[in-house]
Design a binder for this molecule. Sequence first.
Ligand code: ZN
Ligand code: ZN
Length: 420
Amino acid sequence: MLIRNCVMQKGEKMKIFFETQSSEVTGSSHLVTIIRDNKPLRILVDCGKFQGEAEKEKNRFFGFEPDKIDVVFVTHAHYDHIGRIPQLIKSGFKGIIISNEVTRRRAQISLGRSNNFVFSQWKHVEETFLYSFSREIKFAFFKNAHIAGATALFLRVENHNYSENYLFTGDYLEKSNFAQTWFPEWVYRLPLTIVAETTYGTGAKKEHGKFERELKEWMRSPSHTAVVPVFAMERGQVILKKIGEMQKKRKISANIPIFIQGESLVDYTNQYLAEGLIPYQPNVIPVPTNVGIRTLPQYKIVVTTPGMGKDGASRTWIEHAKKNKNIMLFKVGYAPETAPMGRLGQMNVKFMETNEFGSHCTGEEMIEFLSRFECIKNVILVHGNMSTKKIMFEAIRERRIASKVWILEPGEFIWKDLNN
Ligand SMILES: [Zn+2]
Ligand SMILES: [Zn+2]
């Protein structure tokens, strides 16, 4: 299915161009163009949506012609990596989309029923195996712990005895609740161009254990309610697992009911259950997002979504918390200033905040990860704002981790001749 019919002649010239479609955290998408004998092959790595009020405009156009793209490789199912795939197809893309199986399954929820048409073009492959896409392209997905099912992508472009190797870290975390990053040994020894995420700079530290300490303290009183707004995918299941473990160890009462709100939170949670990632918890009860607060008991934990958006259940709970000091909000994820969850500090509500569940590596962790590779020719910094990219740029140069470090703007590219 994945082998294209093209045979390369000895002596042919080949050029590879790399460019990125985004210079920020969201809208993740990179284009690799391989030109052999004047015939281009175009590979897109992720096709994400730009998120946030100021960025909306950037979703209107692609920086390339969608009908000229041959294949889209998808690293994971977050919206900032897959959100524009339906638009890509509607704009003429006829090639195939390739990811691992979990990413394809998650995307069926993230993209929603109305976008079901994308899956007739979406194939899944096993992780770790090296596949041939064409005579000149090999690829493999490696497990990456950013979220369950997240991957890094390895791309190898060959021209007889010459090759270029690319490693896209994807959104990267070494170890998480449900996964551990794993690459085969041979990858560490190859000369590589690494396309690395830079969500955090080197200063960020995680506040481990804070959620458990504060939830335990708050739930001592049977008149208290804890509300935890979450991202529906992964963060919701991490929190449910954490609360379940606390109840099992009697750190909080095992009798506290856990209400979960939000259709997608329930759908993702069912996938995690079916995959054996979280245990069945009989006291976890789905309730509608518009449930009357008086119909629920006082002593409870509510895990709710949309967590960080402009409206939805979390907004309703903020209003309740303004009036009722027995409600405390547990902010376990990032929210922009434009969202109510991003402005809790300016509101008269009880809340705590922790970054311990962050699903990206810190800058130090990225440096440690890069240091494992024996021969990095280029590091291209993506998926971060300019200030974190500059911090990472300096850190990588200082420690001589790569021969060259790049920060690219959309429209700029790096190219390489691959002649035999
Ligand atoms: Zn992600
Ligand atoms: Zn991302």
